[in-house]
Write a protein that binds this ligand. Structure first.
Ligand SMILES: Nc1ncnc2c1ncn2[C@@H]1O[C@H](COP(=O)(O)OP(=O)(O)OP(=O)(O)O)[C@@H](O)[C@H]1O
Length: 666
């Protein structure tokens, strides 16, 4: 089939051809015996358009076209119109068929070219041809579509049209392929088949390779898993060995220390058994030496008295033991010198005894720790959550045990805080505890700052126990530091309070400010290089934005450690409103304690007595001891922190501006 033919068919079949009505009109006129020249195109068109409203005669009359040429005859005209209309319908049907055929041919041609050349724009043409057909013949397709209950202009028609075109094209190809085309096509098919075979083989090869790789991957994963298990085993064995050695060393040391410093003894009084402390040899020795010095001192004082008496009696001559003035002076000087020497010895022994007392305190804490460790259900080096290898107990709090542990995933030491719910507790109490701990976790997990202990993880161990995983702080806590050395040099105290305030500033610059509420030396930890970090957010309060400067309601009144809490926390008449100024007061107490070795208010009082005697409620003014001498700047800072009236006391951000807390060069 030539292009020309196709073009011809295509152009003839185009229903949008504007000359078509004229051609039809001419044809109709000729058939009706009318001169084409005398019939305006427009009038023919309007007659055709109004044909539906025309009254028709009998059907047999309709089939008999009139031969009359009289254009003025109405009946004849009616028949003429009917005949023309029927003809036009037939012509339209013919045109439509021609159109379809033309499109099919067009499609066939494009598909044929595509098959022969593989040119993609021809493929596009096929699609376009189908598309044109769809749009030009849209109404009839639409009707067909509706007849089948589907949208006539949808994709389905498009595809159906395409398939139809391809079908026609193939039919056409089958019918029109010339003898010369067949070998060409056969070659093409053969080469395509060859390619297909090759592709199939390649696909099989790739599949085999894929299987092989999958197997290798599986083996590698298994190997990796085994290696990981081995690594964990080796690592945990090592950790256990180290922990065991540390435990043994700690127990041996404690035994030796307790010989020197003392031990816990048991006293029975009837059926009541109580524990008491018995000093060790070193303390006994130092105490007896101090007693000896005291006795010596008293003896010397007695001797001096006698000398004075003998010297004063010399006038009456009654006593033979009267001494001369010079002898008296010499003897007295000997006594004074001896007393001074005893005093020095006494002071040194007292210092030594204080040191022993500190060591004794440490020993008692260590003994308690060992006892807690021995009694703990987590003391057998368990691996928690397949990740945290427990080592030794660091300490025990009110409701928790803190273990040093090793994180087998991130390869670092951590502190695992095991929160145990007492099985005897009521469900209500358990719920309250979990709520409290969850709150602490929710607050703490968002805090990322060098002066705040990080909270890494939380997980449940069993129904009554869960664990929080904290950054491990290798150093002591400030409480232990102050027990070992109750007074710190001002320089050391300053750098600690600066770090505490840096942590507090961070808590107060967040979108949701946080009041720590439980700042005390035990909640300031040190890492191995001595960086101070705040911990324990169990009593913390979140300050919502809308509370403004008034503060938040203190709903947990009674909690906390009273030495470190400001007067507003003891307000009884109404629910106190608190703010970050609570932490400012606590920081002031800590700073005072570091400098003077005691707390400014109620140092020797128990918690219960502080409450009963309203010690803090009456803590209106802070007094400074004369020794050790400290700078006026630090005294002023403490005064500001311990401002009695909450309204007048500066908040964290204001106080952090104090020049004493800045190391920037002026
Ligand atoms: N992140 C940590 N790194 C190292 N030691 C820690 C860490 N957290 C706590 N400890 C130590 O574990 C011990 C117990 O801590 P915990 O917070 O349970 O006790 P507490 O604060 O004395 O008690 P409570 O929480 O009931 O007030 C303390 O000696 C503390 O120094």
């Amino acid at each position: 089939m030539s292009d020309e033919v196709l073009m011809h068919l295509s152009s003839n079949s185009n229903p949008s051809d504007s000359n078509l009505p004229i051609k039809i009109a001419k044809l109709e006129a000729r058939m009706a015996g009318k001169a084409t020249s005398s019939t305006p195109v427009q009038s023919t068109s309007s007659t055709w358009q109004s044909s539906s409203s025309v009254k028709f005669g009998r059907p047999e009359e309709l089939s008999e076209p009139s031969t009359s040429s009289d254009s003025d005859n109405d009946n004849g005209e009616e028949f003429l119109i009917q005949a023309n209309t029927q003809k036009r319908q037939r012509t339209q049907e013919d045109e439509s068929k021609a159109c379809q055929l033309s499109e099919a041919c067009c499609c066939c041609f494009h598909i044929f070219i595509f098959l022969m050349t593989g040119t993609t724009d021809v493929k596009v043409k096929i699609a376009e041809t189908a598309e044109v057909r769809l749009t030009t013949d849209g109404s009839s397709k639409s009707k067909q579509g509706r007849g089948r209950g589907r949208s006539g202009t949808g994709r389905g028609v498009d595809q159906r049209t395409m398939i139809h075109c391809v079908f026609l094209a193939v039919q056409h190809l089958q019918s029109t392929s010339s003898v010369e085309e067949t070998p060409l096509l056969r070659d093409k098919v053969a080469s395509l088949e060859e390619e297909l075979n090759k592709s199939r083989q390649e696909s099989i090869r790739q599949q085999q390779l894929c299987c092989q790789l999958e197997k290798e991957l599986k083996d590698l994963k298994e190997h990796d898993r085994q290696m990981k298990m081995k690594r964990i085993k080796v690592l945990s064995d090592l950790l256990i060995a180290v922990s065991k050695a540390e435990r043994q060393e700690a127990r041996i040391k404690t035994q030796q220390e307790s010989m020197r410093l003392g031990n816990v003894g048991v006293i029975r009084a009837g059926t009541i058994v109580s524990e008491t402390w018995e000093d060790g040899q070193a303390l006994k020795d130092i105490n007896s030496h101090l007693r000896f010095l005291l006795e010596t001192k008293e003896a010397i004082e007695r001797h001096r008295k006698t000398l004075r008496k003998r010297q004063s009696d010399k006038g009456d001559g009654s006593d033979e033991l009267v001494i001369s003035e010079e002898d008296f002076l010499i003897q007295d000087e000997i006594c004074k010198s001896r007393l001074a020497s005893i005093k020095r010895e006494e002071e040194s022994s007292m210092r030594e005894r204080d040191r022993y007392e500190v060591e004794k305190g440490r020993l008692i804490r260590e003994m308690k720790r060992i006892r807690d460790e021995d009694g703990s259900r987590f003391n057998s080096f368990q691996i928690l959550n397949n990740r945290y290898a427990l080592m030794n107990l660091l300490g025990k709090g009110g409701f928790s045990e803190v273990y040093k542990a090793f994180d087998l995933v991130d390869y670092r030491y951590v502190a695992c805080k095991l929160h145990g719910l007492n099985p005897q507790w009521s469900e209500e109490k358990k719920k309250s505890y979990i709520r409290h701990a969850t709150r602490e976790y929710d607050i703490h997990k968002t805090l990322v700052h060098p002066h705040i202990v990080r909270l890494w993880d939380i997980f449940e161990i069993d129904h009554d126990t869960f664990c929080t995983v904290l950054e491990y702080c290798n150093g002591k806590d400030l409480d232990a530091v102050l027990k070992a050395t109750p007074i710190l040099p001002e320089r050391e105290a300053r750098i600690i309070i600066v770090q505490i305030f840096q942590g507090l500033v961070y808590l107060n610059k967040r979108p949701q400010k946080i009041i720590h509420y439980d700042l005390k030396p035990g909640n300031v930890l040190f890492d191995e290089v001595g960086i101070a970090k705040l911990t324990d957010f169990g009593l913390s309060k979140i300050v919502e934005d809308d509370v403004g400067s008034q503060g938040v309601e203190l709903t947990s009144q009674g909690a906390g450690t009273y030495w470190y809490l400001p007067p507003e926390c003891f307000e009884c008449s109404k629910t106190p409103l608190i703010s970050s100024k609570v932490d400012v007061w606590s920081a002031g107490v800590i700073l005072y304690q570091m400098l003077f070795g005691k707390r400014p208010f109620g140092h020797d009082q128990s918690q219960e007595r502080i409450l009963r005697e309203a010690t803090i409620v009456n803590a209106r003014k802070v007094e400074f001891p004369s020794r050790p001498a400290v700078s006026n700047e630090v005294k002023e800072l403490i005064r500001r922190c311990l401002t009695y009236n909450q309204v007048e006391r500066p908040d964290v951000l204001t106080l952090a501006q104090d020049p004493y807390l800045s190391y920037a060069k002026k």
